[in-house]
Ligand binder design. Structure first.
Ligand SMILES: O=C[C@H](O)[C@@H](O)CC(=O)C(=O)O
Ligand SMILES: [Zn+2]
Length: 276
């Protein structure tokens, strides 16, 4: 497992693009046939991907966790953005089709990730946080998520927030997770931007081709910096940072939060006129 130390609220202001990327961007995801994980210093989040081909893949037991198995004291949210597959958790099988979510509860021991067709492998994206209690592993298909439509074509931000792992749907500890899909012609997410001092957040952008990029804005509202991201790239937002982007086309992104509370609406909106 890779370790990632991000940068603090002062030092990010003096960083080059390459340094900002090294601190906040995770761009080694979705390697075929591998489990790829990065352990961050932001709320001890782990972000990664699992792309099984012929053989099933598992989560490693690792020194970073200081536990006998991955979920001994952790919860995981998984969303499949590839072909169909199955995740087996302690003998229970969960079919994972496109954009299905699986919440894997603390103390789940034997977790196997498989693809139905190695030529069109499942692409499991995951985010994990420390968990203080043991709840229930829960599958949430896209139709069973909570859908929130917002924005408008006029403001280029017409989008649907799909909340799959959230209170009322899944009994999780810290994790709140889902994905936001932008309509054709809309390019702005999280407009107006916000911070939530009580939670950090990780975005992973996908569903656009390599001729396009998302320009992701981070930092304090008065000192934003941008990161130019290809599809399949994740970006870590400490609690002090805005996290909002504009694409050169429409796109989808998975967001995942952890921290002090699970109140999605506990955010401080920043008017665009106050961003610089
Ligand atoms: O704290 C919430 C997260 O930043 C996202 O859910 C926001 C988002 O998907 C959007 O407005 O486009
Ligand atoms: Zn947010």
């Amino acid at each position: 497992m890779k370790l990632r130390y991000t940068a603090d609220i002062n030092s990010y202001k003096r960083m080059t693009n390459a340094e900002l990327k090294e601190a906040f961007v995770v761009d080694d995801l979705f390697t075929p046939g591998e489990t790829v994980l990065t352990y961050t210093d932001v709320d001890r989040a782990i972000v990664g991907s699992i792309v099984p081909q012929q053989k099933p893949l598992e989560l490693p037991q690792s020194k970073e966790l200081g536990s006998d198995y991955f979920c001994e004291r952790r919860e995981i949210g998984v969303i499949n953005i590839g072909g169909d597959g199955v995740i087996e958790v302690d003998g229970e099988r969960f079919a994972m089709t496109y954009k299905d979510s699986l919440y894997i509860a603390r103390e789940s021991r034997d977790i196997q990730f498989t693809s139905n067709d190695p030529k069109q492998p499942a692409q499991y994206y995951l985010v994990s946080y420390p968990a203080h209690r043991t709840t229930k592993t829960t599958h949430v298909s896209k139709p069973n998520a909570k859908h929130i439509e917002l924005g408008s074509a006029v403001e280029s931000n017409e989008r649907t927030i799909n909340q799959s792992i959230r209170p009322g749907i899944v009994d999780s500890c810290q994790l709140v997770m889902g994905f936001t899909e932008l309509e054709e012609g809309s390019v702005w997410n999280t407009k107006p931007p916000h911070t939530h001092r009580r939670r950090s957040e990780i975005y992973m952008y996908f569903e656009y081709n390599d001729d396009n990029r998302v320009f992701h804005f981070m930092g304090e509202p008065s000192e934003t910096r941008s990161l130019v991201l290809a599809a399949g790239t994740a970006v870590i937002s400490p609690a002090w940072s805005i996290h909002s982007g504009a694409g050169t086309s429409n796109y989808t992104f998975i967001w995942a939060m952890g921290g002090e509370n699970q109140t999605f609406d506990d955010m401080d909106h920043i008017p665009i006129s106050e961003i610089s």
